[in-house]
Design a protein around this ligand. Structure first.
Ligand code: NAP
Length: 271
């Protein structure tokens, strides 16, 4: 990763080696203007491939960017610190944090049976990780602003929660609770960072075609065919990436705390 970033901004995307995070990174690359820190947990090859694809996507759109990869488990305080250090040393700034990394339970279990181990794992990765990574990122952003409020729309925190934040699935209560917690995380950080001009947003994806949903593909194929969503198709990482890119482009300067549905209309009540 080079030090010379000119006037470009910098974005850190957690869990960007695969799936939705990769889609977000690619859309930010195509948007241009952001150097990218691609975080991953263990899959270095996939992270490297994403970084290369981002530089290529930026080039095709006529932009020059830098994309670096950084390993880190967001449930670990030490690793969260390293992520921010990586951005600070490599880019000298942070303008956009995308809290995307998250996991599903290893085994779906009825909440009458489910154990604490899975609960602790999901809360650690899906909720505690983004909450405290946002704290570190926000401190760094406020430091960059040097006591002045930021230009509205210029510095942002985006968190990827889920329709599971408000949809009860009794075979993965741990996941639902972690995502519901992220909705309060968004409200808290939006309220706290408004005085600094830092925007805070939440994306609630519906059912998106990634490795996470690969093992339940047939079930959802059937549900889509039966009319689960008004738009009768799987969502894509690109769908989510486009929403993040719109925020990163500064198009929502007066909308902090906003929740964006990327769910094919799943939220609509129909009769
Ligand atoms: P995915 O395909 O399983 O990819 C997960 C990504 O997160 C990978 O890049 C993985 O890195 C990384 N990761 C996993 N644990 C991590 C940790 N402890 N620290 C840092 N990175 C970690 O998942 P996805 O479907 O793209 O989901 C991304 C986010 O969207 C999650 O928060 C998920 O809950 C949410 N979401 C997904 C859907 C859906 O239908 N897919 C719907 C709503 C919300 P490695 O490659 O190194 O393993």
């Amino acid at each position: 990763m080079t030090q010379d970033t000119g006037t470009r901004k910098a974005a850190l995307i957690t869990g960007a080696s695969r799936g939705i995070g990769r889609g977000i990174a690619l859309e930010l690359a195509a948007l241009g203007g952001y150097d990218l820190a691609i975080n991953y947990a263990s899959n270095e090859d996939a992270a490297r491939e994403t970084a290369e694809a981002c530089v290529e996507a930026a080039g095709e759109a006529g932009h020059e960017i830098t994309a670096g990869i950084v390993r880190g488990d967001i449930s670990s305080g030490e690793d969260r610190g390293r992520l921010i250090e990586y951005v600070r040393e490599g880019f000298g700034r942070l303008d956009l944090l995308v809290n995307n990394a998250g996991v599903a339970p290893s085994v779906r279990a009825d909440i009458l049976e489910a154990g604490e181990e899975s609960f602790d794992r999901l809360i650690g990765i899906n909720l505690k990780g983004p909450y405290f990574l946002t704290q570190l990122a926000a401190r760094y952003m406020v430091e960059q602003l040097g006591g002045q409020p930021g230009t509205p729309g210029a510095m942002n925190v985006v968190t990827v929660s889920s329709i599971s934040a408000y949809t009860a699935s009794v075979n993965r209560g741990d996941y639902c609770i972690s995502k519901a917690g992220l909705s309060m995380h968004t409200q808290l950080w939006a309220a706290r960072l408004a005085e600094h001009g830092i925007g805070v947003y939440e994306i609630q994806p519906g059912i998106i075609e990634t490795d996470m949903t690969a093992r339940v593909k047939e079930r959802y194929d059937t549900l889509f065919a039966e009319g689960l969503t008004p738009l009768p198709r799987w969502g894509t990482p690109e769908d989510v990436g486009k929403a993040v890119a719109a925020i990163a482009a500064g198009h929502f300067p007066y909308s902090t705390g906003m929740v964006i549905d990327v769910d094919g209309g799943f939220r609509l009540r129909r009769l």
